[in-house]
Write a new protein. Structure first.
Length: 319
């Protein structure tokens, strides 16, 4: 999914970049394990569909990549005991964001995972790697904590594949939408909908479709898409402590969330600063080139010349 708002000037980019890395926050809680449940109902949401193709690379459309990853994820998660999995769409058709959340409500879902892939935009401080969107702090904190901790587990597994981990993205509404406690709502509708309906919801941006390395290494074949799905499933299984049908229990959930996110924050800050410096240099260079290439208008002030003619001869006038 292309989650970038087009920024018209550099100062806006700077502010959005600063907001981006300040939103990668350390989690306040030390406990990491999800409350044990006998059964788990998961709704997987393949992003886009129908006329909403998402980002594209030649003939490759994001909506198709998302659906394949979602189908592989469903197949993998169903190997765990007590897990029921549904898809918000199983073909190429439109589903509104509201209907996706309502589908999760109708299924009495314990978790909704929205599947996406990314693309470069003016606002992002990075142009490759994976990130997970989750609910921001300040409203329904227990739900936000669960989403952020789950996000860490998923990112950990994607990073193990070699994908650059860009951290968790928490984003405030830019339309002044607010929750009932007065806090700014979450920017992304799918995340905001999950908060309002009390359904833990995360959105996974696996890789950048328009980055050559990301595409070739992780998105260029069905086999590679299946590996991404298996990583998602492993992160989910690890957080919820799921057990396979043959009795194999998932690894313990990650415990060092605060340390992980603090390290990610520092890394993102450095990345943003590097990006800003790069854009500054690019902007200055462009301005210099414009000035160099600016055509110089030369005004010739032709003074009348005094012409000497032989005696008795007059100057012929032009007709």
């Amino acid at each position: 999914m292309k989650k970038i708002i087009r920024i018209k000037n550099f100062s806006c980019f700077f502010l959005h970049s600063i907001l981006l890395f300040t939103m990668i926050l350390p989690l306040p809680l030390n406990t990491v394990q999800a409350s044990s449940k006998k059964d788990l109902t998961i709704v997987i949401d393949p992003g886009h569909g129908g006329i909403q193709s998402g980002t594209q690379r030649g003939t490759v459309e994001e909506k198709t990549l998302n659906l394949k990853i979602a189908q592989y994820l469903k197949e993998t998660l169903e190997k765990y005991k007590g897990v029921t999995v549904s898809l918000t769409r199983d073909g190429d058709y439109d589903v509104s964001l509201t209907d996706r959340t309502q589908y999760s409500v109708d299924k009495n879902a314990d978790l909704m995972v929205s599947i996406h892939n990314n693309a470069t935009g003016d606002c992002a401080a990075y142009d490759s790697g994976c990130t997970v969107l989750a609910a921001k702090d300040g409203y329904k904190q227990e739900l936000a904590d669960e989403e952020q901790k789950l996000a860490c587990n998923i990112l950990n597994e994607l990073e193990a594949l070699g994908i650059e981990n860009q951290g968790i993205l928490l984003r405030d509404s830019e339309a002044n939408e607010k929750y009932e406690n007065g806090e700014l709502a979450d920017y992304y509708a799918i995340i905001r909908g999950g908060v309002l309906k009390d359904i833990p919801t995360v959105l996974v941006e696996h890789a950048f479709v328009d980055d050559d390395s990301d595409f070739e290494n992780y998105l260029s074949s069905d086999a590679k898409l299946k590996v991404l799905a298996e990583a998602d499933a492993k992160g989910i299984a690890r957080y919820y402590q799921l057990t396979t049908e043959d009795g194999k229990k998932a690894e313990s959930p990650l415990e060092n969330y605060k340390e992980i996110l603090s390290m990610e924050t520092a890394r993102i800050i450095k990345l943003v600063i590097k990006r800003i410096i790069h854009l500054l240099k690019k902007t200055i260079k462009k301005q210099i080139l414009v000035q160099i290439r600016q055509p110089q208008t030369m005004v010739r002030r032709n003074k009348p010349r005094k012409v000497l003619l032989p005696k008795g001869r007059k100057m012929r006038q032009k007709k």
